[in-house]
Design a protein around this ligand. Structure first.
Ligand SMILES: O=C(O)CCC(=O)C(=O)O
Length: 286
């Protein structure tokens, strides 16, 4: 099978992803793919889905916009999902024999936005479970390490259920309660106060430019991006990928974004492998 990767992965990059749960990959996507995503994001911002939320709007009108699962109605995102190196990249880092696409999510901060993403893990919010999951985080503009998404290396191996934040509560326009009380009912630990002592947790982030990406395991603790300089915006496209051990898991608590109705409508049930046109297989070693 011919590789679609823009450049080969090094052994160190694969090792750091598996050991730390995160790796930064310079120059992993060509300028053409960044152009595709930029024009896809422009179209997306013109017609967001019903899931779109403003996570923050400050007194000066600076905003943080979020939306997810827009790819079904966005030609450029569809092209990226099916034809870009992303699925193969996920498969090779996860060491999986097949990779399904889960969903896209965008994080768009206007110039000077100070909003910081709360620290959290992704997989406890999802309607799937497994360790073979990852996100590819791609800035479509240059970003400094101080403003980029940050990670606690190795935290993807922690087994505690954390008291996860309720992102629905972030929307200043119309709050969407995802019933955080249930998260606190099952929580075994508070999310550590990582922001107050990042060195203690070995927090990492990187200076990045378009074409670079960070790939992270969906159980890693991450957050903290933002605090932008006055003249800088941050436009990020993320794609979420599912590997060999992943199964559908409708949860009693805190699914956000909650695709469970859509998944059920496609015939998916807890315990199933991902599949159907909603979560299609994009890459395999066959
Ligand atoms: O870019 C951000 O601020 C947040 C990204 C994030 O939390 C994610 O992709 O899971």
């Amino acid at each position: 099978m011919t590789s679609r990767l823009h450049r080969p992965l090094t052994a160190d990059e694969v090792d750091s992803f598996r050991r730390d749960g995160v790796t930064m990959l310079p120059a992993m996507f060509s300028a053409d793919w960044i152009d595709v995503l930029r024009s896809g994001l422009d179209a997306h911002l013109d017609s967001p889905t019903e899931r779109a939320r403003i996570w923050d709007r400050d007194a000066e009108g600076r905003t943080m916009f979020w939306d997810s699962m827009a790819w079904h109605g966005n030609d450029q995102y569809q092209q990226f999902v099916h034809e870009s190196p992303a699925a193969e990249l996920a498969g090779r880092l996860l060491g999986s024999s097949r990779v399904h696409f889960y969903f896209d999510a965008v994080f768009v901060r206007s110039q000077g936005s100070q909003f910081e993403t709360p620290w959290h893990q992704d997989e406890p919010y999802w309607s799937v479970s497994g360790h073979d999951t990852c996100t590819i985080w791609m800035p479509l503009v240059p970003v400094n390490a101080a403003n980029a998404l940050a990670f606690v290396p190795g935290s993807h191996r922690r087994d505690e259920v954390f008291d996860q934040p309720d992102f629905g509560e972030l929307n200043p326009d119309a709050k969407v309660d995802i019933d955080r009380s249930d998260f606190s009912a099952i929580a075994e630990a508070d999310i550590p106060d990582i922001a107050s002592d990042p060195d203690r947790y070995g927090v990492v982030s990187w200076d990045m430019k378009p074409g670079d990406c960070v790939v992270f395991n969906s159980r890693i603790l991450h957050g903290g991006s933002g605090r932008l300089p006055e003249d800088r915006e941050l436009r990020v496209f993320t794609s979420k990928w599912l590997g060999d051990d992943v199964r559908i898991a409708f949860r009693d608590v805190g699914m956000d974004p909650d695709f469970s109705d859509m998944m059920r409508a496609h015939g998916l049930a807890s315990g199933d492998r991902p599949g159907t046109a909603l979560l299609p297989k994009i890459w395999s070693t066959e």
